[in-house]
Design a protein around this ligand. Structure first.
Ligand SMILES: C[S@@+](CC[C@H](N)C(=O)[O-])C[C@H]1O[C@@H](n2cnc3c(N)ncnc32)[C@H](O)[C@@H]1O
Length: 444
């Protein structure tokens, strides 16, 4: 039942719309903080651990926990900042706040510490891994350094980094804007502070766009910016046939304007370098075989296969596996100098199922090989992780955008005889709760 905002008397059951005072004690996965109200956990948005806030209950269906959104900060954290996006500020009604910058009220360094806490907590609870402090440092210092900032973000306060932005069109008013925080209601905004200058320039924030459902703004690093319109009722993805050029360090890549590419301008180079370095370390330890059955799963346009080749040299044998046919075409093009490179269009689970049925010689080459995988947010999942453990490659380099999915898969891999030998994390989504991790597993 929806009620008007009231001050909840102690002991009364929580109702949607009720306003309660909360002492915020921790951070949870998903960009919300944790508090307790009369024994019940409350996940509260737009707060910072350590604060006392007034919050409006938005979900009270479950007995064990409720959800709420901060409406007033009663005792502010020293890390609270004016929101980088005025349309997402806590002074606005929660229903009118823009979405996609849920950490924008927190100092950048604290954002990274909170992300590190989420990663260590997930690894402990779901992965069975206790991340220890570096020698001579306490855990707080180690946590502060665990999630690495992308180059330039300190100087820019983490703004202007996005080379891809999706906006939506309100079906009733035809107005263009982001979805609201935690809603699918289009919010009108005057600016897009996380977007880079090219996107800010072409964003149709004042326009009305009848018959359009989505507006994708794409600013490739070595090509003209694009506005891709997804029409109402149309199923084909806008920009799927529009190749654009991206530069990663000095290396050129062709990708579809409407296909997958990392959104932070520095993220392709950061992940390329991190994977290249992980492979170099394995090579140095004599654990990487360039001639084995190496795989780049969820390979997109071949960015990480190219990183493997940069470490291992032009003799590398590697197969990228990707479900989007246009991305596979681009991967073939991007890896054309690699004689032992092969790009396959397939779902990863189906491709691995085929490998599991293949001849002993093929299975043996996979066993000697290294698998790089970079799944979408849902993670590789139980089936793919189980298939990987059966194929049993020598090393697995796991790039993950969801720390809980990574932690769950870590547990399966460790239970199957893999040791977690390296873990890094990158803050390539400042002012949001998202971040990327890279974990290296070696078969014992
Ligand atoms: C996080 S992106 C990584 C792409 C690439 N590694 C990169 O860094 O540019 C995940 C990719 O997996 C693809 N994908 C999603 N589900 C898949 C599946 N079940 N099998 C194969 N590819 C899949 C998506 O199309 C997307 O290109």
């Amino acid at each position: 039942m929806v009620s008007m905002a009231t001050h909840e008397p102690a002991g009364a059951p929580l109702e949607i719309g009720a306003e309660i005072e909360l002492d915020v004690t921790g951070i949870a996965h998903g960009g919300v903080s944790v508090a307790r109200h009369e024994g019940r956990v409350v996940f509260v948005a737009d707060a910072i651990p350590g604060e006392r806030v007034r919050a409006r209950v938005t979900d009270a269906k479950k007995k064990s926990f409720a959800r709420a959104t901060t409406t007033e900060v009663l005792d502010a954290s020293p890390d609270r900042r004016p929101h980088v996006w005025s349309e997402a500020d806590v002074s606005r009604d929660p229903e009118a706040r823009a979405g996609g910058a849920e950490f924008g009220h927190i100092a950048l360094q604290r954002q990274r510490t909170l992300k590190a806490e989420v990663l260590t907590d997930a690894m402990r609870r779901f992965g069975g891994v206790e991340l220890a402090a570096e020698e001579g440092e306490d855990l707080a210092e180690t946590l502060a350094d665990l999630v690495e900032a992308a180059p330039g973000d300190e100087e820019n306060n983490g703004l202007g980094y996005r080379s891809r932005v999706r906006l939506h069109v309100d079906p009733e008013t035809n107005a263009v804007g982001p979805y609201g925080a935690r809603t699918r209601r289009v919010i009108r905004v005057d600016s897009l502070p996380l977007a880079n200058a090219d996107i800010a320039q072409i964003a149709p924030l004042d326009d009305l766009m009848p018959d359009v459902a989505t507006v994708d703004l794409v600013a490739p690093s070595a090509d003209d910016p694009r506005m891709l319109l997804g029409m109402v009722g149309e199923r084909t993805r806008a920009g799927a046939a529009d190749p654009v050029r991206e530069l990663v360090e000095d290396r050129g890549f062709i990708v579809r304007a409407g296909g997958f590419w990392q959104v932070h301008r520095e993220a392709p180079a950061l992940l390329f370098t991190a994977v290249r370095d992980a492979i170099s370390d394995l090579l140095e330890a004599d654990r990487f075989d360039p001639a084995a059955g190496n795989l780049d799963l969820y390979g997109g346009a071949g960015l990480l296969a190219a990183a493997m080749a940069e470490a291992a040299g032009p003799g590398l044998k590697v197969t990228t596996v990707e479900s989007d046919e246009a991305a596979t075409d681009d991967a073939s093009e991007n890896l054309s100098e690699l004689l032992g490179g092969l790009a396959v269009t397939a779902r990863v689970d189906r491709h691995l199922a085929e490998l599991l049925k293949s001849a002993a010689t093929v299975r043996d080459r996979i066993r000697r090989g290294t698998v790089v995988l970079d799944p979408p947010r849902s993670g590789a999942g139980g089936e793919v992780t189980a298939q990987l453990t059966q194929l049993s490659p020598a090393n697995i380099v796991y790039v993950a955008c969801d720390p809980v999915a990574l932690a769950r898969d870590t547990k399966t891999l460790r239970d199957s005889g893999y040791e977690l030998t390296g873990l890094r994390a990158f803050d390539i989504f400042p002012h949001t709760h998202h971040f990327e991790s890279l974990a290296v597993f070696e078969r014992e």
